[in-house]
Design a protein around this ligand. Structure first.
Ligand SMILES: [Zn+2]
Length: 130
């Protein structure tokens, strides 16, 4: 085997490795996004159900758990944030005061739930806007 053949094999392995890494990262991001969005939709629906049945939005997401609307606050893992079920209860609409702490952001005046992340996903959309 000549030096050129060895260099060609190393090059091909390098390209293959790069493609494989890109595929793995894309699949992981898509799974993470789908899970986070499903959980966000679920929590938002439970907040809305609570509001319909109780006549007001819950003061925080723990109130949903206490009243039996959620078994627990689910974790959310997006981007570089570690999985978290933490909730920031905001006193301002999220759009006016973005936070990038990971976990959930809840605005009780409007009963709106967001993911507390201002990073952009692979499609360029800011995560809190999902
Ligand atoms: Zn973030």
């Amino acid at each position: 085997m000549t030096l050129i053949e060895i260099a060609l094999i190393v090059f091909i392995l390098g390209v293959f490795s790069l493609v494989l890494r890109t595929v793995v990262v894309t699949v992981r991001d898509n799974t993470e996004r789908a899970t986070a969005r499903a959980r966000l939709t679920y929590i938002q629906r439970q907040v809305n159900l609570y509001a319909i049945e109780q006549g007001h939005y819950p003061p925080d997401l723990d109130a949903l758990v206490a009243a039996g609307y959620l078994p627990c606050i689910p974790e959310v893992a997006v981007g570089r944030h570690p999985p978290s079920s933490g909730v920031i209860v905001g006193s301002a609409p999220f759009a006016a005061a973005p936070v990038d702490a990971g976990g959930w952001y809840y605005y009780p005046v409007e009963g709106s739930v967001h993911i507390a992340c201002t990073h952009r996903d692979a499609r360029g959309v800011e995560v809190w806007k999902w």
